[in-house]
Design a protein around this ligand. Structure first.
Ligand SMILES: Nc1ncnc2c1ncn2[C@@H]1O[C@H](COP(=O)(O)OP(=O)(O)O)[C@@H](O)[C@H]1O
Ligand SMILES: [Mg+2]
Length: 487
C-alpha cells in the first residue's frame, strides 16, 4: 500500500479515535451538567412546596387534592441561568426548564397528603424512600406516564416526617443530548474527512521529491546518464537522501566502468596468448614438420599455456578480492625463513641472468602474515626486478623493524620506473610504455596483485626510484600491539 494512503488512513483513524473519545466525554459532562441544573431548579421548587404545605397544615390535615393542576407558584420564572456552559467545550446548551410536572406531599407512613400532576393514589415514593427522604434529600429517576422524570424529595421544614416531592420531565434533557449527539457525529465525520484530506495533501507534498527522485534514478538506469540526479536545494532529509543516492550512483558508475574495463582488458590479455597457442598448435599440426620444429612449437605452446594459467590465477585472485572474499589467513611468522624460501625459488633464474640476490633480515623479526601471500608478493617483485636488472647487478631484499612497522624493501639496479608511470604502477593492467613489448611478457597485473595482497595483510605499499638508479618497492606491515607493548 502506498505510504501516502497509509498515512492518510492512519491520520483519519487517529482523528476518529480522538473525536469519538472527546465526544463521549463531552456528552457525559453535558448530561451531568443539564441534570444538575434541573436538580437545583427542583430544589427551589421543593422548598416552595414545603413552605406552602407547612403554612396550610395549621388549619388541620390537608386532604389529598383531586385537582391535578400543578400550582402556578411552583412553575414561576426559573431561577437558573438560561445557559449551561461546559468548561473547555465549545458547546452551550439551554438549561432545561425545571417546570414541575408532578408534586406530592407524603407523610412518614407513605400516605399522600397532597398531590399535583399525578393521581394521589399513585405515590411518587415508596414507604422506604419516604423514610429516607424524611431525613435528607433524595433524587431518583422514574417513568411517569411513559415520561422519564427526575424526582427530588426533601423533608418539609417544621413538619413531622412529611416529605415534599417535586418532579420534572427529563424528556427535554434527553432531546438536547440526542440533538448534540447528532451534531457531534456530523461534526466528527467532517473533521475525520478534513484530517484525511489534509494528510493526503501533506504526505503527497512531502513525498513528491522522493517519487521525482525515483523517476530520475529509473531514467538514469535506462539512459546511463549517471550525473543527472537533481539534488534539491532544501537542506532537509530529502536533500540528504539525494546526496547519498548521488554518491552511491557515482560509485556504482565507477565500479561498473572499472568492471567493464577489467573484463575487456582481461579478455584482450587472454586472447593474445590463446591466439599464439592456437598458431603454434596449427603450425605443429602441418605435415612435414621436423622434430626440432615440433619441439620448439611445443615449448612455445607450453610457454603460452603457463602465461594463460598465471593470468587466470591473477584474475581469479582479484575477482575474489573484489567480491569481498578473504584471500589471506593471518598468522605470526618469522620473516627470515619465509624470505629465504622466496629467494631460493628465484636462485636459478637469477644465476642465469647473472644477477645476485642478497637478503638482510634479522632472525628475530616476526610479523603477522600469510605464508603463501608473502611468497606471491615476493615472486611478483623478484620476477619484475629480475626482468629489468642487467647482468652483474644485485637485487637487495631487506626486512627490519621501524618504529611501529615491519618494513620490507626490494630494490634493484635496473632502469627504475619511468617517473610519470610511478602513480599508475599499482593500477590493474598498467605497464609503462617502454615495457609494453611482449618480450617482457607481463599483463600489467603483477603489482596490482602485490598491492591487493599487501592490503589484505593490513600493510601499505609504495613504489619509488633509488637515487643511485633502480626501482624500489617498500612495504610496511603493522606490528601487532602485543609485540609493541605499552608505549
Ligand atoms: N623493477 C622494476 N623496474 C622497472 N620497471 C618496473 C619494475 N617493476 C615493474 N615495473 C613497471 O611496472 C609495470 C607493471 O608491472 P607489473 O604490474 O608487475 O606488470 P607486468 O610485470 O605484468 O608488466 C611493468 O610493466 C613495468 O613497466
Ligand atoms: Mg610483473
Amino acid at each position: 500500500m502506498p505510504i501516502k494512503l497509509r498515512l492518510t488512513i492512519l491520520f483519519s483513524l487517529i482523528t476518529a479515535v480522538i473525536v469519538t473519545v472527546g465526544s463521549i466525554l463531552f456528552l457525559r459532562q453535558l448530561s451531568s451538567g443539564l441534570q444538575s441544573s434541573l436538580i437545583s431548579g427542583l430544589r427551589t421548587k421543593g422548598y416552595i412546596l414545603g413552605q406552602n404545605m407547612s403554612g396550610g397544615s395549621q388549619s388541620g390535615p390537608t386532604r389529598a387534592s383531586s385537582n391535578h393542576q400543578v400550582p402556578s407558584n411552583l412553575n414561576g420564572p426559573d431561577t437558573n441561568s438560561a445557559e449551561v456552559q461546559l468548561p473547555g467545550l465549545p458547546f452551550s446548551v439551554a438549561a432545561p426548564n425545571s417546570s414541575v410536572t408532578a408534586a406530592q406531599i407524603i407523610n412518614s407512613n407513605g400516605t399522600v397528603l397532597e398531590s399535583f400532576g399525578v393521581p394521589a393514589s399513585s405515590p411518587l415514593l415508596g414507604v422506604s424512600q419516604s423514610n429516607i427522604a424524611a431525613s435528607h434529600e433524595l433524587i431518583i429517576k422514574k417513568y411517569l406516564n411513559n415520561n422519564p422524570t427526575l424526582l427530588l424529595a426533601e423533608p418539609v421544614t417544621g413538619s413531622k416526617g412529611q416529605v415534599a416531592v417535586v418532579g420534572a420531565s427529563l424528556r427535554k434533557v434527553d432531546l438536547s443530548i440526542k440533538r448534540v449527539k447528532v451534531e457531534l457525529t456530523l461534526f466528527g465525520a467532517l473533521l475525520v474527512l478534513v484530517a484525511g484530506l489534509v494528510a493526503w495533501i501533506l504526505s503527497g507534498a512531502a513525498l513528491a521529491p522522493v517519487s521525482k527522485m525515483r523517476q530520475q534514478v529509473e531514467e538514469i538506469f535506462e539512459l546511463g546518464q549517471w550525473d543527472s540526479l537533481e539534488i534539491p536545494r532544501t537542506k532537509d532529509e530529502v536533500a540528504h537522501l539525494a546526496k547519498t543516492l548521488s554518491e552511491l550512483l557515482r560509485r556504482l558508475e565507477g565500479s561498473i566502468s572499472r568492471q567493464r574495463g577489467f573484463v575487456a582488458v582481461a579478455g584482450h590479455e587472454l586472447r593474445t596468448p590463446l591466439a599464439i597457442l592456437k598458431g603454434e598448435l596449427e603450425l605443429a599440426q602441418k605435415p612435414g614438420r621436423t622434430e626440432s620444429e615440433l619441439r620448439s612449437a611445443v615449448a612455445e605452446a607450453l610457454d603460452e599455456t603457463e602465461r594463460i594459467i598465471r593470468l587466470s590465477e591473477h584474475l581469479l585472485l582479484l575477482a575474489r578480492k573484489d567480491e569481498g572474499d578473504a584471500i589471506v589467513t593471518l598468522e605470526m611468522k618469522e620473516m627470515n625463513p619465509l624470505l629465504t624460501r622466496s629467494i631460493d625459488d628465484y636462485a636459478n633464474v637469477a644465476k642465469v641472468h647473472g644477477v645476485a640476490l642478497s637478503l638482510d633480515c634479522d632472525q628475530s623479526i616476526i610479523c603477522e602474515t600469510d605464508e603463501s601471500a608473502l611468497r606471491q608478493i615476493m615472486a611478483n617483485l623478484l620476477g619484475n626486478s629480475l626482468r629489468y636488472s642487467p647482468s652483474g647487478t644485485v637485487i637487495e631484499i631487506a626486512c627490519s623493524y621501524e618504529s611501529d612497522s615491519v618494513v620490507l624493501v626490494v630494490k634493484d639496479q635496473g632502469p627504475g620506473f619511468p617517473v610519470d608511470f610511478l602513480p599508475l604502477a599499482f593500477e590493474r593492467f598498467s605497464r609503462s610504455d617502454e615495457h609494453r613489448d611482449r618480450a617482457y611478457g607481463g599483463a600489467g597485473l603483477g603489482l596490482a596483485i602485490v598491492k591487493t595482497l599487501v592490503e589484505a595483510l593490513n600493510g601499505k605499499i609504495s613504489a619509488s626510484n633509488r637515487k643511485s638508479g633502480g626501482a624500489q618497492i617498500t612495504i610496511k606491515f603493522p606490528i601487532p600491539d602485543f609485540i609493541r607493548g605499552p608505549n
